[in-house]
Ligand binder design. Structure first.
Ligand code: F1P
Length: 347
């Protein structure tokens, strides 16, 4: 809660219930297109940002992984905003992608933990997560802090483009200011998540499902489980399940569903029914209303506090990380230094 509170306090003023970025060397209102590029966990925060920017600021957003983007010769209209997200600020592919965007006359912004990093030095604008360097190799608190900054960025772009009114901005500023205490509530329930982690250690495969902003969270939940516990896990868009992965479902495979009770819940709920009908073991991550929709039908539930759906991804990142962590600890893998992983991939 503390590092997310610190990060948010740079942007959110709870007294005036407004959200502001630092002064930028270009006019956000003039930006007509946003390109966001990153690797690994940072790519998943970029995907969440795409949903936020499009919905709130009504702006066209392209997201790509840096190792593809840098070799694509992407057509970037002059004056667009190119945002690069990197915990370390040193990832080689992301840095190369940044240089390409500069050559295409983009306004280049970075979101990093390290203000001294190469990316921060080469960008026109630096946004910073105030969570300090990750202690372990896998990105966890950096992901949650990136989401916090990106939520504020989306609000700022929406305001510059006249797409959000003062009342909605005030609601969102309040919801963001409350995130640290909601995270504390999630952490208070850590024992239940630990028990669930223990139950996963013998799983061969785990499927994560989500829709909307919960889709990139499903991807990130699966990545964390892979990185930390070496259990094979896949994240899928809930509606894409019937296009392939449904063939995998049996009574052996845990299916973790990330589904706050938002406007997309009913759609995801019908996917959950499809899993249950095939004997799948559903672990539901939702709020009280979402959990109440499946009384006694799921294998387990992780109950999250109610919140504005806009801030849900920030909150839901925490149980996903805790679940991967506890599964790994019970399995006996090295959570700080997973095999084969480098803290930053600089070649
Ligand atoms: C990207 C990343 C991390 C991952 C691991 C390898 O790093 O894929 O997300 O956890 O540490 O690198 P970065 O560009 O965000 O520093």
């Amino acid at each position: 809660p503390a590092v997310i509170g610190d990060t948010l306090s740079t942007f959110v003023n709870p007294a005036t219930r407004t959200v502001a970025l630092q002064d930028l060397p270009f006019d956000l209102a003039e930006v007509s297109r946003v390109t966001i590029v990153a690797c690994g966990t940072s790519f998943h925060s970029a995907l969440v940002a795409k949903y936020w920017f499009e919905k709130l600021a009504r702006i066209s957003v392209e997201v790509d992984i840096a190792s593809e983007f840098r070799y694509r010769a992407a057509e970037l209209p002059e004056g667009g905003l190119a945002l690069f997200i990197s915990q370390s600020g040193e990832t080689a592919d992301t840095l190369a992608a940044l240089r390409y965007a500069k050559s295409q006359k983009q306004h280049v912004a970075v979101l990093v933990n390290q203000p001294e990093s190469s990316m921060a030095r080469e960008a026109d604008v630096m946004l910073q997560t105030l969570c300090g360097p990750e202690i372990g190799v896998a990105s966890t608190k950096a992901f949650t802090a990136q989401l916090a900054v990106l939520a504020c960025f989306a609000i700022a772009v929406a305001r510059a483009r006249g797409k959000i009114d003062t009342q909605r901005e005030a609601e969102l500023a309040t919801a963001l200011a409350e995130v640290p205490s909601r995270i504390a509530e999630v952490l208070a329930d850590e024992e239940a998540i630990e028990a669930l982690g223990k139950s996963l250690i013998d799983a061969r495969d785990v499927l994560y499902l989500g829709r909307g902003t919960s889709y990139p969270l499903a991807l990130e939940g699966a990545l964390k489980l892979k990185e930390l516990s070496y259990i094979h896990a896949e994240g899928y868009a809930a509606g894409e399940m019937k296009h392939g992965p449904i063939a995998l479902i049996d009574d052996q495979m845990p299916v973790i569903v990330v589904a706050p009770h938002d406007e997309l819940f009913e759609k995801t709920a019908s996917n959950v029914q499809e899993v249950l009908a095939r004997g799948g073991k559903v672990i539901m991550m939702s709020d009280a209303a979402g959990i109440a929709a499946f009384p006694g039908k799921t294998l387990a539930t992780i109950r999250l506090p109610d919140c504005d759906p806009f801030v849900a991804p920030i909150l839901y990142s925490i149980p996903l990380q805790l679940l991967a962590y506890h599964t790994a600890v019970h399995k006996g893998t090295d959570v700080d230094q997973p095999r084969n992983l480098a803290k930053s991939v600089t070649v």
